[in-house]
Design a protein around this ligand. Sequence first.
Ligand code: DC
Length: 231
Amino acid sequence: MGRSRPIVAIDGPAGAGKSTVAKRLADVLGYVLVDTGAMYRAVALAAQRVGIGWDEAEPVGELARQLVARSALGFERDPERGVRVRLDGADVTDAIRAPEIGMGASTVSAHKAVRDALLAMQRQAGRSGGVVLEGRDIGTVVFPEADAKFFLTARPEVRARRRFDELTARGAKVSFEQTLDEVRQRDEQDTTRAVAPLRQAPDATLVDSSEIGIEEAVARMAERVRAGASG
Ligand code: DC
């Protein structure tokens, strides 16, 4: 019945280094990694492929429900990519990382029906513990009872710089200004939406990766999880 291993929640805005930190932390602790952003991205991609507009709340909600019901979304751990994502069996790990799909994910994630459809899947993935979940509302909505909660952030310019480097390394043709713009736009969209907006849980530890860097952030977080787990 009970769960003996901790649930670790990492929330924060786009580009704070969350994916990297979550992946490393899961490795260091030997925990399962659940990337909930990838789930919203997969729904956005699926909608685009069948020609449903991201802002069409009802059809997108219905699509999300169907995807979950027929187990069309698959997630496996990948040592390099963190999580490998499948949509109806096809590998969409790269496709869901396109900047436009990031915006789409932000848009579809504002619909309550979409969030409800994915919530059960997220709870199912984390319930036995020994898990690191990353997203926007893990500590506030998905697992308010998580054993360790972190809110990972960084200044917008720092986040935009990281995202820009990441995108250009992958060959994307974007400008820094455009990336910074997108970061701000996504922050605005994610923090002002009515359902499960991005915010720090009152009991979450704030980690600002602007100054300390990713490695240091991971080390501090691992220490905190271990301290909590033993006492
Ligand atoms: O972390 P990410 O960039 O892959 O997330 C993509 C979008 O999904 C993000 O803009 C907001 C949404 N999201 C969410 O609303 N709730 C989550 N738990 C995770 C992501």
